[in-house]
Every structure is written in structure tokens, then in C-alpha cells.
Design a binder for this molecule. Sequence first.
Ligand code: ATP
Ligand code: MG
Length: 365
Amino acid sequence: MKFVRVGIVGAGQLGRMLALAGYPLGLRCLFLDRGADTPGAQVAPTLIGDLEDPKLLAELAAGSDVVTFDWENISGRALEPLESVAEIRPPRPALEVAQDRITEKALFSRLKIPVAEHAAIGTKQELTAATRKIGLPGVLKTRRLGYDGKGQFVLKDMSHIDAAWDAIGGAGLIYEKFQAFSRELSIVGARSADGKTVFYPLSANVHGGGILRYSVAPFANAQLERSARLYLKRVMNALAYVGVLAIEFFVVRGRLVANEMAPRVHNSGHWTIEGCVVSQFENHLRAICDLPLGSTRALGHTAMINFLGKMPDRDRLMAIEGLAFHDYGKQARPGRKLGHCTILKAGAREPDLALSHALKVIEWE
Ligand SMILES: Nc1ncnc2c1ncn2[C@@H]1O[C@H](COP(=O)(O)OP(=O)(O)OP(=O)(O)O)[C@@H](O)[C@H]1O
Ligand SMILES: [Mg+2]
């Protein structure tokens, strides 16, 4: 095996699930993160310190054949020196594009992937002008470092401009036209260094307050699935991508509008652990370690529910037939992703019933 030692920048739940998927393959993961008790540090060795600390990044790369990411916002400047020491996968330009909502949308547009009408915003005057040109309602977002709906403000009319500016105003914003979507869907796929690609079935995602609450997959719609695969493949090929990549879409009047991409494993792909022959975590590792990509075939119908802010009653939940329970080992805090469960069923309507059953047990804080 060419690559055995995997360095992972960030040791959150995504890193933890990567490390867990790596054990059966004989891979050894090493994390870099700030704390000694992160979800990843509980399952694999960890270098402790700042994620952009040049010395620690160099140490991580020196101890790894390939370096990958649980957190994709490492600056290109911090990553560049590592490229001569270990393979960086996904490659640095892919991370850099995805770090900025403007460059990300520019790439989508260049690849003829529809996006919401938008404008880069640096001043309050530019915001006022954009609301006139693009219209209301709209969403003001930070271009960088947003996650779980943080750094966002929905503007319904002109009177909201001051409040939006007070909340997140400053340089480096984007104003997007609000999308009256019928659904949110996402696609997860993987690409190997020799250009092979695999795609998981679509997942239908329900958010609350900007945070993913639950997903149902596979979402069966042949036409939307074809478009989503085509778009994801275009992005992966354009970036000479290696690893798992996800794109989130809005469905607007029956067509896909790309919202954003994640150059890593994605929350809406957690269902693949129990729901597919090979999970997104294993396929990410297979891709970055030059192993053959695994089958993305769904084994049945799933619902995946996030535990947000507070852990649910384990005994009641784990008594549900077909339910798999995941605890990330984190301290509870409002809005924090603490774990998830996946319900795998054979029939298309069964997960819906199990979902409504499980949703009676789960409270989000
Ligand atoms: N232009 C828009 N129109 C309508 N809804 C939107 C728009 N932008 C964002 N949203 C809603 O807010 C959610 C979070 O937005 P987005 O994905 O851009 O942010 P994020 O903070 O990066 O989220 P995450 O990291 O959880 O995916 C979306 O899934 C959607 O429900
Ligand atoms: Mg999102």
C-alpha cells in the first residue's frame, strides 16, 4: 500500500468518523487540533495546537503520507510549504476556491452550474444598491468561515439593512437573492487521482435555523440526480480533485441551483455509513490513499437525524429497530452537533415512519 499514514487537519466529528473508517483498512490517522479531548483525539493520536501553526503543520506532514481535512479553512499560505513533504488531498486550489463564497460561485458559473443571483459587498452603500438591483428578500452572508448558518442575515425589506449591517457588517460579504426552494438536496461523490469518479444517491435535507436537522436518502428523482452528478463531476474534474466532495442545492421550480460546496465529507452523507456498501468516509480515504473507490450502492432507505445542542434519550432511541446511534463525545452546547442516528429500512416508506417516531424522542436546542 502506497499511503498508510493519514494526517488530518482538525479533529472534529468528521475527522473522528474518518479515523474510525480507516482502522479496518489498516490506515493510521494522526490529527492536528487545539484540544486534547476533541472527537478525533478520543480515537487517534493528536498533535495539539493551532490549526495554522507552521511548526505543527510541518510535523503533521512529516508524520503522514497524505494530509487531508476535517476543517477546510486552512489558508493556502499555511498549506503551501507542506506540498513538498506529503500529498495534500484534496489539493490546495480546491480548498481555496471553496473558502470564499464569491470564488465558489464564480467557479460554478464558469462551469454552467446555476447559482442564485448575488453580489460581493464591502460597504453598507453597496448592500443598499444590491438589494435594489437583486431585490428582496435576500441573504447577507460572510464570504468566509460561515458554517451551520453562522454569519448570515435574512433581509426581508429595506428597513432590515441597518440591523443586518450591525449584525455582520464589514468587508468581505456576499448578498444573495433568497431562493424560494421546494427542497434542499445534496450530492456527495468521490474522485481518485487517476480521474475515476463515484456518486452517492441524492439526499434530501431539512434545515432549521441554518443547521442541518435531518436528511432522507436516497431521494429518488432520476432527472435531478443526473444533473447533480453532471455538476459535481464538472467541479471535480475542473479542480483535479482527489477525495470526497459535496454540493448542496436548492430545488427551484424543478431545477437545481447550487448553494455551496464542501471539499470534504459532509453531514448530509452520514447516512452512507449504514446506508451504502462503502461509506463516504471510507471512500474519502480510499481516494486519497490511491485505493480503488468502493461501491456507493444504497442498501435500503434511510433517515439520518442530527443531535443538536442536547443528547436524546438513548434508551428510547436505541430501542427503535434498524437505528444506528453515533455519539461524537462532545460537550453539549446550544446548536452544537453532538451526534446523529441513522435508521435503515428496506421499504421506501418505512424510514418516514421511523423518522416521525424518532423525531418524537429528539429535541434540538
Ligand atoms: N439564498 C438563500 N435562499 C434561501 N435559503 C438560503 C439561502 N442561503 C442559505 N439559505 C438557508 O440557510 C442554510 C445554510 O446556508 P449555507 O449552506 O449557505 O450556510 P452554511 O453556514 O455554510 O451552512 P452549512 O455549513 O451548515 O452547510 C441553507 O441550507 C438554506 O436552508
Ligand atoms: Mg450549507
